[in-house]
Design a binder for this molecule. Structure first.
Ligand SMILES: NC(=O)c1ccc[n+]([C@@H]2O[C@H](COP(=O)([O-])OP(=O)(O)OC[C@H]3O[C@@H](n4cnc5c(N)ncnc54)[C@H](OP(=O)(O)O)[C@@H]3O)[C@@H](O)[C@H]2O)c1
Length: 259
């Protein structure tokens, strides 16, 4: 018994059930790998099956316990089904990492409304669908941790990213309030706010920037970016705190690019 207690203290994530939305590549894949290395049972969630299964295989080769569930977080019924599969396989969700997110570099004057809608759907509705599927259970069990991967864009204006900035400000306000609502139910809510991170999503979107954005985001060419692992370590840091300690926000940026 004493040994078991020590093990839990040494490795607080061991045996925890962790759902990572947006886990097939980029920051989410890095978070998933680290969670599995810490002994968590990890549920990888994304739309594309091929890369999701590749990440699953990588984790399994390292001895991690993992399942992959294809799911579009913008579809509430798919999210509910993903949580049902999780509970059937591993049991109730201890940790939800809302990492799935999209953005496009375009000034609002170009009125790319389909892109605006996509950003709102994934970054706001997708996060709410995932929280909605787990929050009541966490409060009933008086235990749980929700990590919302926000952005430094949730703390300031960024020309060319107005809709994205708006969704991340929503995430900040919602996280702040949810945290106050559920802290007495034993549930933690952390917002992790990375600056630019070198991921497949960033690399692809940089090639599609408006000319205005190319000027505004010139620092991208100078290689001033975090790695996905840098951002993932911030998530793991928040998750590993003692039960009564809450790391509520983590702003993590390249040293040469403070707010
Ligand atoms: N990269 C940066 O510079 C940066 C900076 C600050 C904050 N962030 C935030 O960090 C998070 C991850 O960014 P990233 O750069 O790692 O992105 P990424 O490389 O584009 O990866 C995004 C992940 O989310 C999944 N995804 C996208 N839409 C989804 C949906 N509707 N349902 C389920 N999964 C979905 C993708 O897989 P599928 O496409 O197969 O679904 C993929 O696994 C985002 O919330 C982003 O806003 C990124």
């Amino acid at each position: 018994m004493a040994n078991q207690t020590n093990k839990q203290e040494d490795n607080p994530l061991s045996g925890k059930v962790a759902v990572v939305a947006g886990a097939s590549f980029g920051i989410g894949a890095a978070i998933s790998k680290m969670l599995a290395a810490e002994g968590a049972k990890v549920v990888l969630v994304a739309r594309g099956e091929k890369l999701l299964l590749e990440t699953k295989e990588t984790i399994e080769k390292e001895g991690g316990v993992v399942i992959a569930v294809t799911c579009d977080v913008t579809k509430r019924s798919e999210v509910k089904e993903m949580i049902r599969q999780t509970e059937n396989t591993f049991g109730p969700v201890d940790i939800l990492v809302n990492n799935a997110g999209v953005w496009h570099y375009t000034f609002m004057k170009y009125a790319k409304e389909d892109l605006w809608e996509e950003i709102v759907d994934v970054n706001i509705k997708g996060v709410l669908n995932c929280i909605g599927a787990v929050i009541s259970g966490m409060c009933e069990r008086r235990s749980g941790h929700i990590v919302n991967v926000s952005s430094d864009a949730g703390r300031m204006p960024l020309q060319g990213l107005a809709i994205y900035v708006g969704t991340k400000h929503f995430l900040e306000g919602m996280s702040h309030t949810l945290r106050q609502e559920v802290c007495h139910d034993g549930v933690k809510v952390t917002s992790v706010q990375p600056g630019p991170v070198d991921t497949p999503g960033l690399a692809e979107r940089v090639t599609k920037m408006d000319d205005e954005c190319k000027r505004r985001f010139r620092y991208m060419d100078e290689g001033i970016k975090l790695t996905a692992e840098d951002a993932a370590r911030a998530v793991i840091y928040a998750l590993k705190q003692p039960k009564d300690v809450a790391v509520n926000e983590v702003l993590i940026q390249p040293r040469e690019m403070p707010l």
